[in-house]
Design a binder for this molecule. Sequence first.
Ligand code: NAD
Length: 485
Amino acid sequence: MKYPQVQNFVNGQFRPVTTNHTLTITSPTDGRELALLHCSTATELDEAVQAARAAFPAWSKTPIKERVQVFFRYKYLLERDLQELAELVSEENGKTLGEAIAEVEKSIELTEFATSLPQLVTGEVLEVSKGVECRTEHVPLGVVASIVPFNFPNMVPNWTIPNAIALGNCLIIKPSEKVPLSLAKLASLLKEAGLPDGVFNIVNGDSEVVNAICDHPDIAAVSFVGSTKVAKIVYQRATQSLKRCLALGGAKNHLLVLPDAKPDMTAQNVVASMSGCAGQRCMAASAMVAVGQVDHIIDKICAEASKVIPGKNLGAVISRESKEKIERYITEAEQQGARILIDGRNTVVEGKENGCYVGPTVIDHVKPDMAVAREEIFGPVISILRTNTVDEALAIENANPYGNAAAVYTQNGGLARYIIEKANAGMIGVNIGVPVPREPFSFGGWNESKFGVGDITGKSSIEFWTKLKKSTTKWNPEAGVNWMS
Ligand code: NAD
């Protein structure tokens, strides 16, 4: 295997795990075995929690202006090792190198935001009556945990690492067992950046570790990013043991395309949104609602999709099971009467016959009750539903249980504004297919795409990773005058 056995990172050291439950990490692009992972149990988690608890008093008392110095250095190290980090992401996740570079660049941007936290966490103070002051300050929570998915092995961990730690917490992160290698490299960079031992810890494993995180009495807060099914499990279990929890789930993002949309820009944008990272993005366009006569745009979408070549500008999906599942969705839609305009099934890339590739797929005349219209597919597939009016299109968008993102393509500002108001999603794009808000704005969906209050990045994350201390003090200013004299 190319990489050594995956290890936990506890108290500043890599530590082997010796349990019998093992998983093999394989490359989605060619099926090569990359590494072996031994799944941790509640025992290994507890070792990490104890290390984090021990580190917390000193770290939380370190002034934030000093804490963020680590992240200035970490940002530089991410920049220095960008190519290596991106190659690792591409190797274990299967996305193209270009996409992996963009992912690491986003991690750099997230870290840059964390370095500005001292400017954003200032509290408030007011003299509420003579000599009486009320004051607030943001105080770290203690030991906190973050559970992450496979689709962004570098970026999603960096949604939480810089902010949670710069705000004074000690963090335990559980990587996706499908892509654990990127996080190990990030641990080395955090150490090189001067982060004290125990402040950042990695515990590898599967659902057993997740359950142990939710149950552990010394973990104060849990952030989760992954599918809605597991987000619900984690949210219920963590809050059951009285923890603060923010759980981001899956998505089914609708793009509304109106007849006045700019054809070339819309087609390029729709295809980039549905096929980028092989459709394995929670912000990917998954359903397109064509309002009125937009056949000329659909023709261009097909032409654009045909330029997306598996193994060149389209990466692999994460696993063979995933490829088969995506292909089943396409076949079922075809059997139910939808028309496959571009078919990505049975894709084999020459020289990478063991890779998990699905070609770009455009399905037209999809009905709202079909599974491809309702469920998250997580592959490079767009389902086109036809409507006559904007309100019908909005009704389809509103009926889906998710609410991560939605977008509209139009040149009519009034209609765009109307759709922004009526769409039932947390992040809306106008002529933008992947409307990720950039920091200091925060990232987070609605409905079944997120459980818990607030968002995971940007300013909103400050509320999640800290608690407010309110103090009311009374000093008689006259006493000072008397003392002086
Ligand atoms: P997943 O839910 O299968 O796994 C996420 C994490 O949960 C992993 O660390 C995994 O080990 C753990 N896990 C899996 N099954 C579990 C169980 N039964 N009990 C406890 N823990 C369990 O998600 P994934 O396949 O790794 O990632 C893809 C999903 O993540 C998609 O649904 C995607 O939309 C979603 N996602 C959402 C966002 C967002 O911001 N809303 C961002 C990225 C990915």
